[in-house]
Design a protein around this ligand. Structure first.
Ligand SMILES: Nc1ncnc2c1ncn2[C@@H]1O[C@H](COP(=O)(O)OP(=O)(O)OP(=O)(O)O)[C@@H](O)[C@H]1O
Ligand SMILES: [Mg+2]
Length: 308
């Protein structure tokens, strides 16, 4: 599993092929900003629609560069105890009891002992600052928009110096800063101060051409006609007024599902029966009832015929 550490890419093209090596097919604009982030040692801040490959990019980076992936999943109420470190109170209590039973009377030494690294539980941000023989890890701070602003302010400090202070122990500073990828689904705006530290990229839906490449890479064995129709249908669907448009994740799920069902080409009945793989809101599914599926499908067929 653990690959040997690879050098960082030395050009935009090298970045594109690094990602392609793990079946991640990026636009040149994304590869450019990623290349620069790696080059300049700056965090990469990715915002975008759901299911367009934001999280995946950190995973792919870790795999292709042979680095450890450290993931911090953000949520409301995320605090330092869950993100940075926590003392193992249970183990400390036991150590104190044992020391008492053994008649250990030196309080100062005992305090020193129980606040040593042995009793420290390291959470993702602290882990990411520690040296790693394989090279600096990839730190994925996923869905930052879900955390509170207080946490964001704290994160700003960590990203400024790549160091964290544990009052009882001292300061931990990364000898080699981690490769940081931050993602957000933009349920709220992230502060400018944090964005300023990062390089920014908006990950939109891929073009039809790119999405077709992704489907063919990720759903091996899918037929030419089906893959084209799937992609064109999803692209057409994204133009409709939906509550939640399908992301690349849904395209891949749908392509895999249809493949599984041995579908060779789309027809209105098959599309209607499998819509639940693409759309996850009843209102959106209802919107496609009553001839809309057939209409879109006719559009797709005409477009594909024209492209031949
Ligand atoms: N450019 C791409 N190349 C290859 N696979 C992709 C690409 N974009 C998305 N995918 C695939 O789509 C799926 C969803 O990607 P991912 O989970 O990274 O999305 P996300 O943007 O983090 O979504 P969310 O906002 O819901 O967390 C993954 O299976 C990923 O492999
Ligand atoms: Mg994600």
């Amino acid at each position: 599993m653990a690959q040997s550490t690879k050098q960082l890419p030395t050009s935009i093209d090298a970045t594109l092929s690094l990602l392609a090596g793990a079946d991640y097919l990026a636009d040149r604009s994304l590869a450019t900003v990623l290349f620069l982030a790696l080059r300049m040692g700056r965090p990469l801040f990715l915002e975008g629609e759901a299911g367009v490959g934001k999280t995946e990019i950190a995973k792919v980076l870790a795999t292709t560069l042979g680095r450890r992936l450290i993931r911090l999943q953000c949520y409301e109420g995320l605090d330092i105890a869950a993100a940075v470190y926590e003392w193992n109170y249970g183990a400390q209590m036991i150590a104190i009891r044992i020391a008492e039973a053994e008649g250990e009377g030196d309080r100062e030494r005992l305090t020193h002992d129980v606040f040593s690294e042995r009793f420290l539980i390291k959470r993702p941000l602290l882990q990411a600052l520690e040296p790693d023989a394989a090279g600096a890890p990839v730190l994925l701070i996923d869905e930052l928009d879900r955390s509170d602003e207080a946490f964001e302010a704290f994160l700003l400090e960590v990203l400024a110096d790549f160091q964290v202070t544990v009052p009882e122990l001292g300061t931990v500073k990364a000898t080699q800063p981690p490769i940081v990828v931050i993602t957000s689904n933009r349920t709220r705006e992230i502060h400018d101060a944090l964005k300023r530290r990062c390089l920014y990229h908006w990950v939109g839906y891929p073009s039809a051409e790119r999405e077709l490449q992704i489907v063919r890479a990720k759903v091996p064995g899918i037929g030419k006609t089906l893959s084209e129709q799937v992609v064109m249908f999803v692209q057409a669907l994204r133009k409709e007024d939906l509550f939640k448009a399908p992301g690349v994740a849904e395209t891949l799920d749908w392509a895999a599902a249809l493949s599984e069902l041995d579908v060779v080409a789309l027809d209105p009945a098959t599309v209607s029966d499998t819509l639940g793989v693409l759309l996850k809101y009843q209102d959106d599914i209802a919107r496609l009832e009553g001839g809309k599926v057939k209409e879109l499908l006719d559009e797709v067929r005409t477009e594909l015929r024209a492209a031949e």
